[in-house]
Design a protein around this ligand. Structure first.
Ligand code: CA
Length: 180
C-alpha cells in the first residue's frame, strides 16, 4: 500500500484529505508543521508528500528544500496562493505538481495516482525492457526504439523468454521443449 504524508496545519483540511486518501486505498500520516514533517520523514519512508505551502514556522518551500536534501520522493504542493511566481518557485525546488485551493478531490486523486505510477517505474508488470526494446505480455507487442516489431508468435515467445532471464544461457533443447 502506498504511503502518503499529508502536511497541513488546518485540522479540517488535514482530516478531509486523510479520509479521502484512505478511502482511495492509501495509507496516510499527517503532520501539522515543518518540524513534524522532518521528524515523520526520519521515522518512515513515504511514497509521496502532499505539502501545504502555508505552514507555521517553516513554510512549505523550506520544508521541501530540506526534504530534497535527502530524498527525491514525489512532492505535490497544495496552496491557496495561485500566483505564477509561487508556482515557479515550487517547480524550482523540483516538486512534481502544484494544486491550488479550493481543489477538486477527484482531480487531486487522479494527479496523485499518475505521479505515483510514474514514480513506481511507470509500467505495469506485464512489460519487460532491454535498452530500447519493450515487450508487453498483455498486448503481445514488441517495440524497438518506438517502432512495433512484426514478429511471429514463436519469435515473440523467444524474445520474451530471453528478456525474462537476462544473462542466462539456454540450450536449443530447452527452448524447443518450452515453445513447442
Ligand atoms: Ca495551511
Amino acid at each position: 500500500m502506498k504511503r502518503i504524508l499529508i502536511v497541513e496545519d488546518e485540522p479540517d483540511i488535514q482530516e478531509l484529505l486523510g479520509t479521502y486518501l484512505r478511502d482511495a486505498g492509501y495509507e496516510t500520516a499527517a503532520a501539522g508543521d515543518g518540524a513534524a514533517v522532518l521528524a515523520a520523514f526520519e521515522n518512515a519512508p513515504f511514497d509521496l508528500v502532499l505539502l501545504d505551502v502555508m505552514l507555521p514556522k517553516l513554510d512549505g518551500f523550506e520544508v521541501c528544500r530540506r526534504i530534497r536534501q535527502s530524498s527525491q520522493v514525489p512532492v505535490v504542493m497544495l496552496t491557496a496562493l495561485d500566483g505564477e511566481a509561487q508556482q515557479l518557485r515550487g517547480f524550482g525546488l523540483n516538486i512534481d505538481d502544484y494544486v491550488t485551493k479550493p481543489f477538486s478531490m477527484p482531480i487531486l486523486l487522479e494527479k496523485l495516482r499518475v505521479i505515483l505510477r510514474r514514480a513506481g517505474g511507470g509500467e505495469s508488470d506485464s512489460r519487460l525492457r532491454y535498452r530500447d526494446l519493450v515487450v508487453d505480455l498483455d498486448t503481445r507487442e514488441a517495440v524497438l526504439a518506438g517502432r512495433p516489431l512484426d514478429l511471429t508468435a514463436r519469435e515473440f515467445e523467444l524474445l520474451h523468454t530471453f528478456l525474462a532471464a537476462p544473462g542466462r544461457v539456454f540450450t536449443r533443447e530447452m527452448l524447443l521443449s518450452w515453445l513447442c
